[in-house]
Design a protein around this ligand. Structure first.
Ligand code: FAD
Ligand code: MLT
Ligand code: ZN
Length: 444
């Protein structure tokens, strides 16, 4: 169906597709299948569905919740790599949209959009590897979500193949099209459990070339939410608002062998970027002054901005270089961010190294715990219960995956989970697509 060269069965060749980015999740697939078109995806799915073979869709394999790689189970399974679907259409200047294959990387979309005077409206550290099908399947967030929303807000339409091989397509990009249930909306964030995305109609955003970045030292995380509240109404050009702590920054500095960006060191830091058509530095400086900030480090040229961003973005690789983390991407209301982080620190076992960082503007905390055995889920459960106690969500942007499937009830009611199961049963009655992800009772 896809050509013998695109069915990978050799153990060494399969290996990179079988273990996730964090090295916490892995399994064995009978084969890695790499279709080159929607028709080929449809043929492979029809074949697997008819024979009880489970299918794990995979894009760039940068996902963090174990749902893009095979897992333990009784049925044979394949990894379905969408990496060959790399077609990228012309930007339509009228609608500000573009059609792209599921295998187009985020970086390729960004470059394509920028060449047309626009931007992708989404950005994060895995941009060179993460693919649009994966972004849509996870409803990825990233560092620009506070301005442009998550990937859901970028999706004007989708092309996808259902579990039994039937293709569905809504790629017209019509802004107003409310004819019936919104299937593309259902597939966004479905993590490969309801359909395989093969193409995306992507909504672009204006390109802002003038940028200024501030690193603000904080006396503690308790100062983070008040800073955001003071700054945001005065800063319509706010494009990103991140936070990190002394422990995380030190890990990154050690990993990259760099000196600290600011002295004296602070317990926590906020990183605020403003972006506009004209220089946003005066607006950023005025907003910081109004918030009572006196000692921020400002970066307003590309090289110094990139140096500061590297300190934030390198957290993921620095943590993974130190071990296999318990990685919990969660969201809490802004006022609960500091109390939640304090509670997590206090609840971790002696000897554990707890690194907290994330997207301040979205109340999105990345809890990373190094030390406890990666196979022991006690740490995960403790953190996710604390999230629920603080009124938050167990998954902000990485998805539920297999990592959190059994904890879904902490964020969703029994009625909601029942409705999700009914949708899964209707669209994928033989549980062919990504069994074990999102809903833990769908067996493999
Ligand atoms: P994969 O890892 O291949 O798959 C992820 C999930 O999507 C799996 O469930 C898989 O089955 C499913 N899937 C993949 N392709 C398809 C398809 N075509 N159709 C149906 N299902 C599919 N995420 C954020 O949200 N924000 C961040 O800031 C962020 N930063 C990151 C930084 C680093 C350094 C790394 C390594 C990861 C980061 N991530 C972030 C996580 C990850 O990059 C995103 O979740 C991304 O969307 C995954 O894309 P992918 O192509 O790698 O998907
Ligand atoms: C990030 O914001 O850097 C990511 O979501 C990746 C991570 O959580 O490690
Ligand atoms: Zn993130």
């Amino acid at each position: 169906m896809v050509g013998a060269a695109h069915v990978l069965v050799d153990e060494d060749v399969r290996a990179p597709y079988e273990t996730d980015w964090t090295r916490r999740w892995s399994g064995r697939a009978a084969a890695v299948v790499r279709p080159g078109s929607t028709d080929e995806v449809a043929a492979v799915l029809a074949w697997c569905d008819a024979r009880g073979v489970a299918v794990v869709p995979q894009g760039g394999n940068t996902g963090m919740v174990g749902a893009g790689v095979p897992r333990a189970g009784e049925r044979p399974q394949i990894v379905l790599s969408l990496a060959r679907l790399t077609e990228l259409g012309e930007v339509d200047a009228g609608s500000l949209q573009v059609s792209a294959g599921a295998g187009v990387t985020l970086a390729a979309l960004q470059a394509h959009a920028r060449a047309a005077g626009l931007d992708a409206g989404v950005d994060f550290g895995a941009r060179d590897s993460a693919m649009l099908g994966g972004l849509v399947a996870c409803d990825a967030g990233g560092i620009r979500a506070l301005r442009h929303g998550t990937v859901r807000a970028r999706v004007a339409g989708l092309e996808a193949v259902l579990a039994d091989g039937r293709a569905v397509s809504r790629m017209s990009g019509l802004l107003k099209d409310n004819a019936g249930y919104d299937l593309p909306a259902l597939l966004v964030g479905s993590e490969g459990t309801l359909g395989v995305i093969t193409g995306v109609r992507w909504r672009l955003v204006p390109r802002h070339d003038a940028r200024a970045l501030a690193l603000v030292p904080l006396a503690g995380l308790a100062d983070a939410a008040p800073l955001l509240r003071a700054v945001r109404p005065r800063l319509p050009s706010l494009d990103a608002c991140e936070f990190m702590t002394a422990e995380g920054l030190q890990l990154v500095l050690d990993h990259l062998r760099l000196p600290p960006p600011l002295e004296p060191r602070a317990p926590a830091y906020a990183l605020l970027e403003a972006a506009a058509n004209a220089d946003p530095l005066p607006e950023l400086a005025a907003a910081l002054e109004a918030a009572g900030v006196e000692d921020a480090l400002i970066a307003d040229d590309t090289a110094s901005r990139e140096r500061l961003w590297r300190l934030r973005e390198a957290h993921t690789e620095a943590i993974s270089a130190a071990g296999v983390p318990h990685k919990l991407d969660v969201g809490v209301p802004l006022e609960a961010l500091a109390p939640f982080c304090d509670a997590v620190r206090a609840a971790m076992p002696a000897g554990a190294r707890t690194i907290l960082f994330g997207h301040l503007g979205d109340g999105n905390v990345h809890v990373n715990v190094l030390g406890p055995d990666p196979a022991d889920e006690t740490v995960d459960e403790t953190v996710l219960r604390l999230v629920a106690e603080h009124g938050g969500t167990i998954s902000a942007e990485h998805g539920v995956g297999v990592a959190k499937a059994r904890f879904l009830h902490l964020s969703r009611s029994a009625a909601e989970i029942e409705a999700m199961r009914a949708i899964k049963a209707a669209l994928d009655p033989r549980a062919t697509l990504n069994p074990g992800a999102v809903l833990d009772l769908v067996p493999l």
